[in-house]
Design a protein around this ligand. Structure first.
Ligand SMILES: Nc1ncnc2c1ncn2[C@@H]1O[C@H](COP(=O)(O)OP(=O)(O)OP(=O)(O)O)[C@@H](O)[C@H]1O
Ligand code: SF4
Ligand SMILES: [Mg+2]
Length: 316
């Protein structure tokens, strides 16, 4: 359910093909201001491609992206460059995403400078403030990324993402490279900061527990498509799609003894199965699934899923 306010991000019928690989197919969702929208799915399901499309780091094959009520795909380079101030990204690997030759001071002041924010003095002040917010001392300003632990580096990457006071943060597997003991600290920090700054977030992870902790609304992707989408309570409490059910059953400590474990490998993205893409691994696949692709069904309370089994549920 969307609130009355217009969404910060709205994606409609988004697709991206890399030659024969349909990395993202007909993806639609919207993210309300201040909310966190999660995308979850196995490796190769199209999560990162969706993130890169949303930030317009790559061009879509088709579909529309509206950011802050404006058509992002129609923006000219100069306009897009200015708009970038309002959308920042946090990546999985803070070592790769931070410039090893830049001090923390430079790392945190550069984005402000690029977007013409503040004066040299105020930028450093902002940088110190951001460091304090992410739990690092001011002395860190003169140090280099390699002098920090993985968790600390990700804190620096989070501070950098916040440096331009963006409206949207896209976080792609932001804790996957961290030790489990550090993951919770960084997730708590992200949540606190988001609340304090009112930032809207697109949050990507293959880890269902992380997504449950972070996200208000969740989309489950399989082979480039969203197969189920809805509020967190519905996705975790009443999953409708066999793939969502199988993913949840594979989470340790969940399930009620009866396990519909996910079996088999994900098919090659070069040759997605006919009909329902999930049919080669679906315990409930039947004849129709091979010949006809299921369409999205509205299930109420903002939940929707694409599976032939839901036809009866809807028409009944
Ligand atoms: N630049 C590219 N050229 C060709 N194929 C690509 C490119 N980028 C992604 N793909 C393919 O598109 C599909 C989706 O990739 P993507 O990186 O979006 O998945 P993902 O869900 O982020 O996976 P992971 O969990 O491993 O990060 C994969 O089959 C991938 O090999
Ligand atoms: S459409 Fe068929 S194969 Fe696909 S999820 Fe539903 S039952 Fe399984
Ligand atoms: Mg990825």
């Amino acid at each position: 359910m969307m609130s009355g306010a217009s969404p910060v991000l709205e994606v409609l019928g988004l697709s991206k093909f890399f030659k024969a690989v349909k990395a993202v197919r007909n993806v639609s969702f919207s993210v309300a201001r201040g909310k966190t929208f999660g995308i979850v799915g196995e490796s190769g399901s199209g999560k990162s491609t969706t993130a890169r499309l949303v930030l317009r780091l790559i061009e879509p094959t088709s579909g529309d992206i509206s950011f802050r009520g404006r058509d992002l795909s129609a923006m000219r380079p100069e306009e897009l460059r200015r708009e970038r101030r309002h959308m920042q990204m946090i990546f999985q690997d803070p070592f790769g995403s931070l410039n090893g030759r830049m001090t923390v001071r430079e790392t945190l002041t550069e984005p402000q400078m690029v977007h013409g924010i503040g004066t040299p003095a105020s930028r450093v002040e902002t940088a110190s403030g951001l460091l304090a917010e992410v739990g690092l001392p001011t002395a860190a300003l003169d140090r280099f990324p390699h002098e920090f632990s993985g968790g600390q580096r990700q804190r620096i990457a989070i501070a950098r993402a916040l440096a331009t006071n963006p409206e949207l943060i896209v976080a792609d597997e932001p804790v996957s490279a961290l030790d489990v003991s550090v993951q919770a600290q960084v997730l708590n920090l992200l949540r606190d900061l988001q609340e304090r700054h009112g930032t809207t977030m697109l949050f990507i992870s293959h880890d269902l527990r992380v997504v449950q902790f972070m996200c208000d609304e969740i989309a489950v992707m399989y082979l480039g498509e969203i197969v189920e989408q809805g509020p967190r309570e519905r996705i975790y409490g009443a999953p409708a799609h066999p793939y969502t059910q199988a993913l949840l059953a594979s989470v340790p400590g969940r399930g009620s003894g009866k396990r519909t474990r996910l079996v088999g490998e994900i098919p090659s993205a070069h040759a997605a199965p006919s009909g329902c893409a999930f049919r080669t691994r679906c315990p409930q696949a039947h004849e129709r699934c091979a010949v006809e692709a299921p369409v999205m069904r509205q299930l109420g309370d903002g939940q929707q899923a694409a599976c032939h089994l839901l036809d009866k549920a809807v028409s009944a």
